[in-house]
Design a protein around this ligand. Structure first.
Ligand code: BJW
Length: 237
């Protein structure tokens, strides 16, 4: 019987809320070169371009049309009703999980609504645009603020806590992620052999073969159905 549950989400869970994925048709990487906007070298080369890429995405979070969808709500409801241990790890930098009510949540690739001072490493919440001339409130200098985002070559956040949870979980569910970016793509291999591993995705991912069970379809349909099923099973035991 599943007691400890770890869920990993990717861009696919937010797609139906109107936030673009990275690698799907018309995804973010069709209009931007990864090395220009998602690496520290890219930031050093052209901080204005990188800041404007994140400013636009941060501003989008405030649009009235951008709302959590039934998949985000289903995970928040599951967390509330599940009697065992639960951890939600998201690669997403949007704020839709917390807006849906998820609490035990790790943003392993950072958060759009936060910026960080490179001098003090202090993190600030903001929805305001940042540019290379913005003065940092802690060091009073310009050019020190960067998006609180994990770029390629940087260490994702809270890895110790994530690996510990993966190693003891009984159920691991990966939702809407292409399995192309590590270490998240390798999480399924850190789960015990006798734990249940379920992938929910509109299409096959690069690591589908590592899962016991594949549920194909839109997250807004498959996620509520799957987690209701787990709760019903638990209540009947
Ligand atoms: C739906 C749907 C619907 C659509 N319903 N589903 C060589 C080999 C192996 C690794 C490396 C290597 N060279 C370098 C590396 C490491 C590198 C890496 O993985 N590179 C690969 C490209 C090979 N990784 C790193 O550098 C990471 N750091 C690191 O490894 O540190 C060292 C370390 C070592 C050991 C332990 C721990 C650490 C950092 C990675 C940082 C990733 N950053 C980004 C951008 C920043 C955030 C931002 O700007 O938003 O994070 S990249 C981008 O990809 C973003 C995402 O979080 C991430 C994953 O994308 P995701 O979520 O999977 O989205 P998509 O678009 O790829 O897929 C969407 C999926 O949804 C698809 O499958 C659709 O089918 C599905 N879908 N609609 C259900 N409605």
């Amino acid at each position: 019987m599943a007691n400890s549950v770890v869920v990993l989400t990717g861009a696919g869970i937010s797609a139906e809320s109107g936030i673009k994925t990275f690698r799907d048709h018309n995804g973010l990487w069709e209009n931007y070169r990864i090395e220009d906007v998602a690496s520290y070298d890219g930031f050093l080369r052209n901080p204005g371009l990188v800041q404007s890429f994140y400013n636009a995405r941060r501003a989008q979070l405030k649009e009235a049309s951008i709302q959590p969808n039934p998949a985000h709500h289903a995970l928040a409801k599951f967390e509330q009703e599940w009697p065992g241990e639960f951890l939600l790890v998201t690669q997403n930098v949007d704020n839709l999980h917390e807006r849906a009510g998820s609490r035990h949540l790790i943003h392993m690739h950072g958060e759009l609504a936060k910026v960080r001072c490179q001098k003090s490493r202090r993190v600030f919440e903001t929805f305001d645009p940042i540019n290379p001339d913005t003065t940092c409130v802690c060091c009073s200098q310009t050019g020190q603020l960067r998006p609180h985002i994990v770029w390629f070559g940087e260490m994702p956040m809270e890895m110790e806590q994530i690996f510990a949870a993966l190693e003891r979980c009984d159920l691991f569910v990966a939702i809407g992620t292409s399995g192309q970016v590590y270490p998240a793509a390798g999480f399924v291999h850190h789960v015990r052999g006798d734990a249940r591993k379920v992938e929910i995705n509109a299409e096959a991912s690069a690591v589908s073969l590592a899962f016991d069970e594949l549920r194909r379809g839109p997250a807004s349909r498959e996620v509520p159905a799957f987690f209701d099923e787990i709760l019903r099973l638990r209540k009947s035991q």
